[in-house]
Design a protein around this ligand. Structure first.
Ligand code: 5IU
Length: 261
């Protein structure tokens, strides 16, 4: 059966990565496929926002290296919120180095991402070694990888061949692959993997640096997005809580439309 018309709860058993199973389960239970991109630079801003919108999201996406006042207790509090509201944490680190370096970046340094992030984003550019190294560092299946197969930005250099080779590279590391960051439903077929799609706002538009926004209808119904990343559409709103609900409702309606055929 085609991935995009199966409901999330029916895809759980196809998933080979535990984070993918958890994410399908959270989406089905909370009835939300909204991932908040919390691209704020102060810890209180992020934690306050999550207090307000935590119940409406399935996952939060962080950029830990843009935070001005990072301290270890931030991740403790982030984890507490994730447990309380039942959402996952994706660190959008976009690893892109040789495997050895990435394994250090994942587990060491100021942020120790491997200790608190449920999943991370990874480029396929360096080749298979990056997944081999993360597989070793993760050392269990309770962590996951979203591999970048496409980007939302104008003029990005990813080609059709790069995308296809990215998807076939992932098949060797099924236990750690949660899904792909991509824009189109033909990128992969496996119903156990999750399509994470950024570049979404309620209206089509662009920002000043080549980000291209598509609508919920376009990304979910036409393009097969399973988990939808929204950043400034919510964080820059006058009332982020109200706007998070608006996105959640719009995105869920589109998902129901898609699986209803
Ligand atoms: N992001 C993209 N496009 C991509 C990838 C990641 O926008 O192709 I891969 C990230 C960047 C930012 C978030 O953290 O998703 C989108 O934020 P806005 O909704 O504010 O544009």
């Amino acid at each position: 059966m085609e991935r995009v018309i199966l409901p999330y709860e029916k895809r759980i058993d196809f998933a080979t990565n535990l984070v993918a199973r958890q994410l399908f389960n959270i989406m089905a239970t909370k009835k939300t496929n909204l991932c908040l991109s919390a691209d704020l630079t102060m810890t209180t801003g992020i934690l306050d926002l999550l207090e307000k919108v935590g119940e409406h999201i399935c996952m939060v996406k962080t950029h830990i290296d843009i935070i001005d006042d990072f301290r270890d207790d931030f991740v403790v509090r982030l984890k507490q919120l994730a447990d309380r509201f039942n959402f996952l944490i994706l660190e959008d680190r976009k690893y892109a180095d040789i495997g050895h370096t990435v394994s250090l970046q994942y587990s060491k340094g100021l942020y120790k991402i491997g200790e608190w992030a449920d999943c991370v984003t990874v480029h396929s550019l360096p080749g298979e070694g990056i997944l081999k190294a993360l597989n070793g560092s993760m050392n269990c299946i309770t962590k996951g990888v979203f591999l970048l197969a496409e980007m939302s930005s104008e003029g990005n250099l990813i080609t059709q061949q790069y995308k296809q080779e990215t998807v076939s590279m992932a098949s060797k590391y099924a236990n750690i692959i949660t899904g792909f960051v991509c824009q189109n439903k033909d990128t992969f077929q496996n119903p156990g993997l999750i399509q994470l799609t950024p570049g979404v706002q309620l209206e089509c538009s662009k920002d000043d640096f080549g980000q291209i926004y598509k609508t919920p209808e376009k990304v979910v119904v036409e393009n097969g997005a399973d988990v939808i990343v929204v950043g400034r559409g919510i964080t820059a709103a006058k009332n982020p809580e109200v706007q998070a609900v608006a996105y959640k409702d719009a995105l869920w309606k589109c998902y129901i439309k898609r699986i209803s055929g």
